[in-house]
Design a binder for this molecule. Structure first.
Ligand code: SF4
Ligand code: SF4
Length: 144
């Protein structure tokens, strides 16, 4: 995540940005199987480069119980997360907008948060439904 104030806000947001709809690069999915944190129900190819991994609790398959990312790069390591993860919070799109803090790290007011959450939820449902329609759910799995 690109947001500067996540550690301060995690108690409130519960890392809501790290959900199962986050696209995962196929190369990462294949190489980071040992970092999986929870049972998955399906791995749906979105295109040749990305996969969406569905889980029982709807969280990202790489989200740890302490709300940190199991594939977050160590210093000097290449970042194998998707560009969405790397740039989340830059406000380039409503789905890249954190409801809890602005791109510069300012903590949002309650009304602003509520308004963004509503827009994110609406757009998230729309995009998820589109992705599920476009993919071959139930017919295709990305193998390890
Ligand atoms: S980017 Fe926003 S939702 Fe995600 S962990 Fe940081 S504060 Fe929470
Ligand atoms: S890969 Fe990491 S940063 Fe991206 S959604 Fe999953 S847990 Fe969050």
């Amino acid at each position: 995540m690109a947001c500067p104030n996540c550690s301060q806000l995690l108690g409130q947001c519960n890392a809501m940005c790290c959900d199962q709809t986050t696209p995962i690069p196929v190369s990462t999915w294949r190489s980071r199987q040992s970092d999986i944190q929870r049972p998955l129900t399906n791995a749906v190819p979105l295109d040749r480069n990305y996969v969406m991994v569905l889980t029982g609790d709807r969280r990202c398959v790489f989200l740890k119980s302490d709300l940190s990312c199991a594939i977050y790069p160590e210093s000097g390591e290449t970042d194998s997360r998707s560009s969405e993860c790397q740039n989340y919070g830059n406000e380039s799109h409503i789905l890249m907008t954190c409801p809890f803090q602005s791109a510069s790290g300012g903590v949002r007011k309650r009304w602003d948060r509520r308004d963004i959450l509503r827009k994110v939820t609406d757009e998230g449902h729309r995009v998820l439904s589109h992705m599920m329609t476009q993919s071959r759910v139930g017919h295709a799995r990305v193998e390890k």
